[in-house]
Design a protein around this ligand. Structure first.
Ligand code: TYM
Length: 336
């Protein structure tokens, strides 16, 4: 009899804060769609993580639904993938707490995202912000994920997750699968359009990023205004020409063309023509997603159904891990 091979598991999450950007799409979301046939995937809207900075409840609710609609609009099939809200599966918070007890303050204080965010939100350096990577580790380990598709900025967090899991396994035996990162070959770090030495971020001013839902004329305007340099050559040189390199990476990631091919096509034509071609490429990618988004986000019954089924399917897997963890730690439920 033919034996069914168990698919490997993927977990990834995106915070529902502000507008999802082209960086989120190229760094993570696009890979989610590409991997959905080969793997058993869970994709979470990590609303608990979003609470590490102050959120307006009405806006957060809207952003959560918007994020779920974008997941679906970008081609994630809710039958093949488990798409759900992190806060609806309480085991995330529970395992997060348990793993807090196996993570050192020193490890967390080395996290660059914590340093950046605490500088940005100096009036609200809360414990959640500090323990953020532990909750992220819990997200991944709860589902025994083999692979985690993320952008380069999350690499340090994934390494911490692996360290904590190995520490835990070292004490209690094989409890958690040790996950690997999965990074895009091009575009693992899409840069700001205005300051191309910083990553594109949804928490920065609007002209620095392209939102997945930006309309074509806005996209074109933002790309035309993107910072480049004054030597007018389309050559891939991230060190000396970070602005041009960023636009080339965006084009390469979306079109599949190599840097050499892009350079051969556009070098010598001037930045105006090159930028227009990059804008065409971004618009061609995002326009169909936006059309799907309009349709899906208006269908509340469908969203409700995806949300409910995602919660149930995720909870069932999480429950199994929690039973194992509780047993190892010696906490209830026991069989008396
Ligand atoms: P978040 O919400 O900041 O970003 C979501 C995903 O997008 C990637 N990304 C980028 N990739 C390339 N270029 C950029 N400029 C760029 N900006 C963002 C991020 O690397 C990420 O993959 N902590 C995570 C969310 C999270 C998570 C998890 C991820 C929580 N639990 C478990 C994986 C597994 C975050 O803040 O992502």
């Amino acid at each position: 009899m033919e034996q069914q091979v168990q698919k490997k598991r993927i977990f990834s999450g995106i915070q529902p804060t502000g507008n999802l950007t082209l960086g989120n799409y190229i760094g993570a979301l696009r890979n989610f769609g590409l991997l959905q046939d080969e793997y058993d995937c869970l994709y979470s809207i990590v609303d608990l993580h979003a609470l590490t900075v102050r959120q307006n409840p009405t806006e957060l609710r809207k952003a959560c639904l918007r994020t779920m609609s974008i997941f679906l609009a970008s081609g994630l099939d809710p039958e093949k993938n488990i798409i759900y809200f992190q806060s609806q599966v309480p085991a995330h918070a529970e395992l997060g707490w348990l793993l807090d007890c196996y993570t050192y303050m020193g490890e967390l204080s080395r996290m660059t995202q914590f340093k950046d965010k605490s500088a940005k939100h100096a009036d609200n350096i809360n414990c959640g912000l500090f323990a953020y990577p532990v909750l992220m580790a819990a997200d991944i380990l709860l589902y025994q994920a083999d692979l985690v598709p993320i952008g380069a900025d999350q690499k340090q967090h994934l390494e911490l997750c692996r360290d904590v899991a190995e520490r835990f396994n070292g004490i209690y035996g094989d409890v958690f699968t040790i996950p690997e990162g999965y990074f895009p070959k091009v575009g693992a770090r899409v840069m700001s359009l205005q300051e191309p030495t910083r990553k594109m971020s949804k928490s920065d001013p609007e002209d620095t990023y392209i939102a997945i839902l930006d309309k074509p004329d806005v996209i074109r305007k933002k790309i035309r205004r993107a910072v480049t340099d004054c030597d007018n050559t389309v050559v891939f040189d991230p060190e000396n020409k970070p602005g041009v390199a960023n636009l080339m990476s965006i084009m390469s990631a979306l079109s599949g063309r190599t840097m050499d091919e892009i350079s051969a096509d556009y070098n010598g034509l001037g930045y105006g023509k090159f930028k227009d071609a990059v804008a065409d490429c971004v618009i061609a990618t995002l326009e169909p997603i936006q059309a799907e988004y309009e349709r899906i986000s208006a269908d509340k019954a469908y969203l409700q159904q995806v949300m409910d089924s995602g919660r149930e399917r995720a909870s069932a897997i999480a429950h199994k891990t929690m039973l194992k963890v509780r047993k190892k730690l010696g906490i209830a439920p026991w069989k008396l």
